[in-house]
Design a protein around this ligand. Structure first.
Ligand code: SF4
Length: 327
């Protein structure tokens, strides 16, 4: 059955959000999860209208707090498939604290961060991911602070799955499937074009004429080759930096998604004409938060039951008598 609702989609014509919505709606039937077991949770921002457009359960919550609500949902019913939809402002400014904790706790959920490097809903103020010099209503002379890099933030917070995609790229469903297959918090940064307030900000690597040179799609276990198959990435051990080399260079790296050091290097891309690493950058599962909580609850409950049985067997009452109230 179709995963789309009959609600009118209210984004600006041409917004990258439409492409992401389509990619998710196309991906869901392949995941084998029932719609009534699926929940989309969002905060505030353009992307956060997402749950209205999915024929699933959904929560449009408060600014930056989607991870907190998602945590409650997952603890109440760990069987649910939980997706967090957020933006660069929602996840990294007001919600930075919550994003950090849902990642380090490793709640089993998918986090899709729509990064458009601007506050779209509130009419174009610069965001935590805006590049230096961004002119906006709140920075009329250009922003002066250094931007946050979402994937670097996620890795630093302890995320065990980090990936990148592009709103209109045909590979996005594969990235979403990989995120869903990971057990634990799966963080996906999606470069999303805001046609109204930040149009073409990602064009240096998404434009058709440069895409094959500037996009590096990673495949586990394969050499890191560009789309044209002629170049690769090598690690310079002296400077711990990456460099572009010929595809047949023996120094070309093999992509191991469980290599955390390599992931740290990859998230530093793009920069200075270097291609942008896309796809699954890091994937190394660890025990989830809700599994640990449930196990602890069972242990404590079992302990209490044992204590109670011991008391009863001694003929004592487990009821605590109240002290008579002083007149
Ligand atoms: Fe999309 Fe930008 Fe319009 Fe928001 S303001 S709906 S991000 S184009």
């Amino acid at each position: 059955k179709d995963w789309a609702t009959d609600q009118e989609v209210r984004w600006c014509p041409g917004c990258g959000d439409y492409a992401v919505l389509k990619a998710v709606q196309r991906t869901m039937p392949d995941l084998g999860v029932a719609r009534e077991k699926t929940v989309f949770v969002s905060g505030i921002g353009c992307s956060s209208r997402f749950p209205y457009y999915m024929e699933t359960y959904g929560f449009h919550t408060i600014h930056g707090r989607a991870p907190a609500v998602a945590t409650g949902i997952k603890l109440a019913n760990p069987e649910l498939d939980v997706w967090i939809i957020t933006g660069d402002g929602d996840a990294l400014s007001i919600g930075g604290n919550h994003t950090m904790h849902v990642l380090r706790r490793n709640l089993d959920c998918q986090i899709l961060l729509f990064n458009n490097e601007i506050y779209g809903l509130t009419k174009g103020q610069y965001s935590p991911t805006s590049r230096p010099g961004t002119r906006s209503p709140s920075t009329p002379f250009g922003s002066v602070d250094r931007p946050a890099r979402p994937c670097a933030f996620a890795l630093g917070a302890g995320a065990r799955f980090v990936a990148r995609g592009i709103d209109v790229n045909k590979n996005l469903p594969d990235v979403l499937k990989a995120a869903h297959a990971h057990r634990g918090a799966a963080f996906v940064e999606i470069f999303q074009n805001c046609v109204v307030y930040n149009d073409d900000v990602f064009a240096p690597f998404t434009a058709r004429e440069v895409a094959s040179e500037m996009q590096l799609w990673l495949k586990p276990g394969e050499k890191m080759l560009f789309a044209d198959g002629t170049k690769g990435i090598a690690l310079d051990h002296d400077t711990l930096s990456l460099r572009v080399v010929a595809g047949d260079d023996p120094a070309v790296l093999t992509h191991d998604p469980a290599n955390r050091m390599l992931a740290h290097l990859l998230v530093e891309m793009p920069g200075q004409g270097f291609p942008v690493a896309l796809g699954v950058l890091y994937d190394d599962p660890a025990p989830t938060f809700e599994a640990a909580v449930l196990e602890q609850n069972h242990t404590v409950a079992a302990g209490k039951k044992a204590d109670l049985q011991a008391l009863v067997s001694k003929g004592q009452s487990w009821m605590v008598e109240k002290e008579p109230r002083a007149e």
